[in-house]
Design a protein around this ligand. Structure first.
Ligand SMILES: NC(=O)c1ccc[n+]([C@@H]2O[C@H](COP(=O)([O-])OP(=O)(O)OC[C@H]3O[C@@H](n4cnc5c(N)ncnc54)[C@H](OP(=O)(O)O)[C@@H]3O)[C@@H](O)[C@H]2O)c1
Length: 252
């Protein structure tokens, strides 16, 4: 339950080892948090996320097995997370970047990206939304991407999954309007995390801590959509209006 100052006390991270999500948990007001559930696939990265939160003296850290691509387990994961106490903020932070060339050569690889990023998000997102609606409060934070604003030749498989996810999150936010539950859509550009390790940095690259600050501020202000960094909103608005013959020639 939110405390008297409206700061979150219960947090659920879906994609428990996401560097953006862990930075966000660390950026939430200290001393207010009571319980943080990290739902993810067992891995050294998930162990490290737990260790990071423990080191920062974040109380009530729990781990739950969660695979976004196995939708048969989603109802149980969400029920266990909410049955253990109110969830004020749920971060939908799992995602696969994939490799565009590999995905084009092997459609099964593309389907894996789509299954995790879109199908998995729809499956778990609707279940989280139902519980938030039941609570009458709480925010589902959806990690979308600027890649979903306009599909690019160089990563259209990933971009199309984020476009679908973003549209889903917009509709879900509208469906929850007036219930006390909300959806916050976050559209980061290039963020330095393990997902982008080894890739050439794009203009306006930021760190997970920068995204975390933007998310925490947006939560406080009750915003529905934010870009990270903020000025990317204008860049993407411009890119969306570039005619396709010209867009194709851009080095994106
Ligand atoms: N980094 C960027 O530049 C950037 C930009 C825009 C949007 N985003 C989005 O932000 C979100 C967080 O990414 P990040 O930057 O924090 O990268 P990250 O640290 O690599 O986190 C991605 C998370 O997704 C999890 N995941 C992947 N497949 C999964 C599955 N089948 N089941 C459960 N979890 C799964 C990973 O867990 P495993 O360890 O089990 O693989 C990892 O915890 C993602 O949705 C990403 O698309 C990132």
């Amino acid at each position: 339950m939110m405390d008297a100052l409206g700061e979150p006390q219960g947090v659920l991270v879906l994609g428990g080892s996401s560097e953006i999500a862990i930075a966000t948990v660390l950026a939430l007001p200290r001393g207010r948090l009571r319980r943080v559930v990290l739902a993810g696939r067992p891995s050294p990265a998930l162990d490290e996320a737990v260790a990071t939160l423990n080191k920062a003296m974040i109380p009530g850290v729990e781990v739950m097995d969660f695979d976004a691509s196995d939708t048969s387990q989603h109802a149980d994961v969400v029920d266990r997370a909410f049955d253990g106490g109110d969830i004020d903020v749920a971060l939908l932070a799992f995602g696969l970047l994939g490799d565009q060339a590999a995905a084009e050569a092997d459609p099964d690889a593309a389907v894996e990206v789509a299954t995790v990023n879109y199908t998995g998000a729809v499956s778990v997102g609707l279940r989280v939304a139902a519980r938030l609606r039941q609570q009458g409060h709480g925010t589902l934070v959806v990690l979308s991407s600027v890649a979903g604003d306009r599909a690019r030749r160089s990563n259209f498989v990933y971009g199309s999954t984020k476009a679908g996810l973003d549209a889903f999150a917009q509709g879900l936010g509208d469906a929850l309007h007036g219930t006390g539950a909300r959806v916050l859509i976050v559209r980061p550009g290039f963020v330095r995390t393990k997902m982008t390790t080894g890739l050439d940095e794009a203009p306006m690259t930021i760190d997970p801590q920068d995204v975390a600050k933007i998310i925490v501020t947006a939560l406080r202000k009750g915003k529905e959509t934010v870009y990270a960094p903020g000025p990317l909103r204008f860049v993407m608005a411009g890119l969306k209006s570039v005619p396709r013959p010209l867009f194709r020639k851009l080095p994106l």
